[in-house]
Write a protein that binds this ligand. Structure first.
Ligand SMILES: *[C@@H]1O[C@H](CO)[C@@H](O)[C@H](O)[C@H]1NC(C)=O
Ligand SMILES: *[C@@H]1O[C@H](CO)[C@@H](O)[C@H](O)[C@H]1NC(C)=O
Ligand SMILES: *[C@@H]1O[C@H](CO)[C@@H](O)[C@H](O)[C@H]1NC(C)=O
Ligand SMILES: *[C@@H]1O[C@H](CO)[C@@H](O)[C@H](O)[C@H]1NC(C)=O
Ligand SMILES: *[C@@H]1O[C@H](CO)[C@@H](O)[C@H](O)[C@H]1NC(C)=O
Ligand SMILES: *[C@@H]1O[C@H](CO)[C@@H](O)[C@H](O)[C@H]1NC(C)=O
Ligand SMILES: *[C@@H]1O[C@H](CO)[C@@H](O)[C@H](O)[C@H]1NC(C)=O
Ligand SMILES: *[C@@H]1O[C@H](CO)[C@@H](O)[C@H](O)[C@H]1NC(C)=O
Length: 577
């Protein structure tokens, strides 16, 4: 989160004044500045203090995630991670003194368990005083959504080394926009053809012919070589799905889905965890309404496939409140605006970092989190549904250079990004999000694979960048999901991530049965030892930004990553017996 915020913003130059600019940005073209918010408008500022031992944390993450390291699997406890991310006492003192000067005692703010984040709700007028800036209301031209942001803020010079980032200030992303789109292809499912089987020539897998028309749990198990495996309910294992805003997972739909595709799971429930739902306002989310008319297509897709595939592994659905873009009634000068809770991902992160018992695998559509990675959690994210980018893809810094737009958080090197495939045999699906991060340098485990791909590009193609996306992929079309009482067909890399997560949960089940630890951060494993347990996808491409995008090729590629999972082979690679 902190890294994200820092990197999304342009570094500011130091100035000589007592207050000097901390961050300044040129807003993306699609945001238009409107008027000023009323001074009573409430902002919830999150202040990220410098983590004193960030480098050590990163080193721990690499060591415990690298199968060739003697510390592999030796994950850190919640307390150990907190010690590593804790700010220096000097930073705490300097920030407290600064806030106190502005009439804000410690009792006014909330700290994260490691004290590296501080949250405070204040009127925008006070935020402007603190940050020596002016906020405006900005409107998103395509969606009509509003946010309250500034393009620059300042801090007393002596605080620059103690504070990494303060938001909401300069982040113009629509956090909700990171949720992958759902492609509703409205296949008439009743006509799905069930005769015979097809052979996936590359892997040799035998797959029902009907999987051409509708992807079911059975199809995924056939595609990914997991038909004969039976999982158990072990206390150390678990799988989590996150939902935001009004994305509610409907239990009646889940039961209909189980009845059709996983009858042994009928009657079973997931654990529901509500985060940040202290607001009365239902539209802010974080609740669990079971009126079927409020079922969310994405939430249903995620829980049905992730939990169905991994049953009876313990399952948890996290529903986080907080709606980043909001419609202020300011046009009429109405100042009784709701508090703008902005960063729901931050709320989710706070919750996760303050709990000891977390699911071993979590599939989500937002956020980066290396802290959680060091604790032995596998985080999977869909890589986005716009190929290499949507629209013209011109940079917003005035130079108007064409640049691909990989989606964040998939671009973060500390998570596992899952792209999409379709067809049998599988090919890259045209919308599979991929490319190279413009912000994050390439992590070392990608060196060999990514260099090989770059070397194969025709000379001068796209001036390749660094950190390659995605890491892996899974099927992304025609999932047969129960939605508001009827079967529906949904696709997108939103489907790929929970499907891959379901396979990871099954692997953890097998590892625990063999008295091993669960997998944790997956990438160092996948790029080396795990390679032989993935189905390499070698055709298809992911157009976008007015280009053909990248080709899927032998080995890693920026359309399908290393490929799709072969559960049986991965299991045999991991458990040598
Ligand atoms: C899919 O499209 C059909 C028909 O256009 C519509 O009724 C249905 O609500 C859509 N489903 C989703 C998940 O958007
Ligand atoms: C469910 O929601 C619909 C639409 O908002 C409403 O008409 C209906 O009364 C609700 N049903 C229940 C049982 O609350
Ligand atoms: C798994 O075990 C836990 C603890 O015994 C129990 O609460 C839960 O209902 C079980 N889940 C399933 C799906 O069997
Ligand atoms: C201001 O907004 C509130 C909440 O939306 C509404 O109840 C109230 O009538 C509005 N007042 C004016 C003067 O528009
Ligand atoms: C690409 O350019 C390099 C030098 O710039 C040259 O050595 C290489 O042969 C070229 N490769 C192709 C495929 O044209
Ligand atoms: C993709 O493959 C096509 C056809 O082989 C080729 O013309 C094109 O240059 C390739 N694109 C990239 C980015 O490698
Ligand atoms: C499936 O996994 C088993 C190992 O569990 C392996 O022997 C077999 O070759 C795999 N099948 C395919 C089609 O990859
Ligand atoms: C599983 O445990 C065995 C014995 O301790 C070890 O040799 C092996 O590397 C472990 N495998 C994984 C994937 O952790």
């Amino acid at each position: 989160m902190k890294l994200w915020a820092a990197l999304l913003s342009l570094a500011a130059s130091g100035a000589l004044a007592v207050n000097s600019i901390k961050e300044t940005v040129i807003p993306p073209r699609e945001w238009i500045r409107n008027g000023r918010p009323p001074s009573s408008h409430v902002v919830q500022l999150r202040i990220g203090l410098r983590q004193a031992n960030f480098d050590a944390l990163e080193r721990h993450l690499y060591e415990v995630s690298d199968p060739s390291h003697r510390r592999y699997g030796d994950y850190l406890s919640k307390g150990a991670v907190e010690d590593l991310v804790a700010p220096h006492p000097e930073s705490l003192a300097a920030v407290d003194a600064w806030l106190s000067c502005h009439g804000l005692p410690e009792s006014d703010y909330v700290r994260s368990p490691a004290k590296d984040w501080l949250t405070i709700k204040i009127p925008v007028s006070l935020a402007e005083e603190l940050l020596d800036t002016k906020y405006h209301v900005w409107r998103h031209t395509h969606s009509g959504e509003y946010i309250v942001r500034t393009t620059s803020y300042s801090l007393p010079s002596h605080l620059h080394d103690h504070i990494d980032v303060i938001q909401p200030t300069t982040i113009f992303s629509r956090t909700i926009g990171f949720r992958s789109t759902i492609h509703n292809i409205s296949v008439s499912l009743s006509t799905a053809n069930a005769d015979g089987t097809i052979r996936n020539l590359d892997s040799g897998a035998i797959i029902d012919n009907s999987c051409k028309y509708a992807i079911t749990l059975n199809c995924l198990k056939q595609l990914y070589n997991a038909t004969t495996y039976t999982a158990t309910n072990q206390s150390e294992n678990g799988i989590g799905i996150t939902g935001y805003l009004e994305q509610y997972a409907n239990i009646q739909d889940l039961q209909s889905f189980y009845g059709e595709q996983q009858p042994v799971a009928l009657g079973s429930q997931f654990e529901f965890v509500s985060i940040n739902a202290h607001t009365q306002d239902a539209y802010e989310g974080g609740q669990n309404p079971q009126n079927i008319s409020q079922a969310g297509a994405e939430a249903n897709l995620d829980v049905q496939f992730a939990f169905g595939l991994s049953f009876p592994i313990q399952s948890t659905f996290y529903s986080t409140a907080g709606r980043p873009p909001f419609i202020p009634p300011y046009q009429s000068g109405n100042a009784s605006a709701p508090a703008n809770t902005n960063e729901p991902y931050g709320e989710w992160l706070d919750h996760m970092l303050s709990h000891n018992d977390l699911p071993a695998t979590i599939s989500t559509s937002y956020g980066d989190n290396e802290d959680t990675g060091a604790r032995g959690i596998s985080l999977l994210f869909s890589s986005g549904d716009s190929g290499v980018g949507n629209g013209e893809c011109l940079t917003n810094d005035g130079t108007q250079v064409k640049r691909f737009v990989p989606s964040f958080p998939a671009s973060c090197p500390y998570v596992t990004a899952v792209g999409g495939t379709s067809g049998i045999p599988e090919q890259a699906v045209f919308f599979s999000g991929g490319g190279f991060s413009n912000y994050f340098p390439r992590p070392k485990w990608q060196d060999k694979s990514v260099k090989k791909y770059l070397a194969s590009l025709p000379n001068g193609t796209y001036e390749g960048l660094y950190n390659g996306i995605p890491d892996v992929s899974a099927y992304a079309e025609s999932y047969r999901v129960w939605y508001r009482g009827i079967p529906t067909s949904i696709g997108g890399t939103s489907a790929s991530a929970p499907a891959f997560a379901g396979i990871v949960a099954l692997l953890n089940d097998a590892l625990l049965k063999a008295s091993n630890r669960t997998l944790g951060f997956l990438n160092p494993l996948l790029y080396e030892k795990g390679l032989a347990g993935l189905n390499d996808i070698k055709s298809g491409n992911n157009p976008g930004c007015g280009t053909d995008g990248f080709n899927a090729t032998e080995g890693w590629d920026p359309a399908t990553g290393l490929g799709t999972p072969n559960f049986g082979k991965l299991k045999d690679l991991l458990i040598d017996c």
